[in-house]
Design a protein around this ligand. Structure first.
Ligand code: SIN
Length: 366
């Protein structure tokens, strides 16, 4: 919270004029003197839908529609927020996040860039479905340059369920966004009292409120209604790339490896004109001999192949079980298949086609 001290000798009229200039609410004492002004941090809430906006007539969480309540209603339903921040709400979309797509990402990113460029807010909070929240967070983290906090939040239970977690998550997301300590941490996810960095956050459980975990790293901080604590002092510097101007982003598909994997699915994919393939490989980003031979053929035809892992944690390193140098494969290191896909799309959209540049981009950030 910013506190502006007005000289006590200033007349009430002069002090009130200063208040109005600053757009702040004056605090007037009993003797009619204005002695201080408090302005709240300005938070822009961009609503996109998800279970946090889910609505059902009954009190169960079964059979609800994601995106039934607007962002404005979500904020209005938490009167305590008025003490925390001055909040503006805009509805960017109202969808279940399984339908999130490149076009909405670009709309969201452009709105954030505009708000940052014109200093419209001190922090930005995005309400979002949890299913693909980590993807939107990672996309924004890779293309937006700002020291202002950008925070995604959502809910595992719809707004009408008993034990709805959305109000607490939204309150805490705004609390973090409004806290000066949250500057320079890049894009974050705040859920269930925990602060996660976009690079590491992943949804790990179908229904539990503690579904978000920071794989390979751990959370960067914690929040409760009274405090915001960061464990990481600030985000590690990583290169960010230009925001692609048009959707759809370059076609990159994820292939899930399994025992007995053949070549036909890869050969079919090459015929679609795909620009990149992310292998969600077994173990250390591996697959059958047939699949590897087909991926090698894909590379020869100009498709960029990135090996990642379906295991959910750990790192895929170069040239361990697979000869990446010989095959001209890229490895994803810590990035999950879904985040590797986004990074490759952004790189290709930025004209980065050299394998060594692509590999370096994957290496940055840890
Ligand atoms: C969604 O991702 O929109 C539905 C699930 C959720 O928000 O938890």
């Amino acid at each position: 919270m910013m506190i502006f001290k007005i000289p006590v000798k200033a007349s009430s009229a002069a002090a009130l004029a200063i208040c109005m200039m600053m757009g702040a609410t004056p605090a007037i004492s009993m003797n009619n003197q204005v002695h201080s002004i408090q302005t709240l941090p300005r938070i822009l809430v961009l609503a996109t839908g998800g279970t946090i906006s889910g609505k059902k007539n009954g009190m169960s969480e079964i059979g609800y529609n994601a995106g039934g309540v607007t962002g404005k209603q979500l904020v209005e339903d938490i009167p305590e927020l008025a003490k925390l921040a001055e909040i503006n709400v805009e509805q960017i979309a109202n969808i279940g996040s399984q339908d999130m797509n490149d076009a909405i990402w670009l709309r969201l990113a452009k709105r954030i860039q505009e708000a940052v460029a014109h200093n419209e807010a001190d922090g930005i909070v995005i309400t979002h479905g949890t299913d693909t929240m980590e993807e939107t967070a990672f996309f924004l983290d890779t293309v937006i340059r700002t020291d202002k906090p950008i925070i995604l939040t959502g809910a595992m239970r719809p707004s009408t369920a008993i034990g709805a977690d959305g109000p607490a998550n939204l309150y805490e997301a705004i609390e973090v966004a409004a806290n000066p300590k949250a500057k320079d941490h890049g894009v974050m996810i705040v859920m269930n009292d925990t602060i996660h960095a976009a690079r590491w956050a992943s949804k790990t459980h179908t229904t539990a409120v503690e579904t978000f975990q920071s794989i390979n790293a751990g959370p960067i901080g914690y929040v409760d209604p009274a405090s915001v604590r960061f464990i990481e002092p600030k985000k590690q510097p990583v290169p960010s790339f230009g925001l692609p101007t048009t959707a759809p982003l370059p076609a990159v598909e994820i292939l899930y490896a399994h025992s007995g994997m053949g070549a036909s699915i890869i050969n079919d994919l090459i015929k679609t004109g795909v620009k990149g393939i992310i292998l969600a490989g077994v173990g250390d980003g591996n697959s059958s001999k047939e699949a590897m031979a087909a991926l090698n053929l894909a590379v020869k035809q100009g498709v960029i192949v990135v090996r990642s892992s379906r295991t959910g944690s750990g790192f895929v390193n170069r040239n361990v079980e697979v000869n990446d140098d010989k095959n001209d494969f890229v490895v994803s290191y810590d990035l999950s298949p879904q985040k590797a896909r986004i990074l490759l799309q952004i790189l290709i959209a930025n004209g980065k086609n050299k394998l060594s540049d692509i590999q370096s981009a994957f290496e940055a950030g840890f």
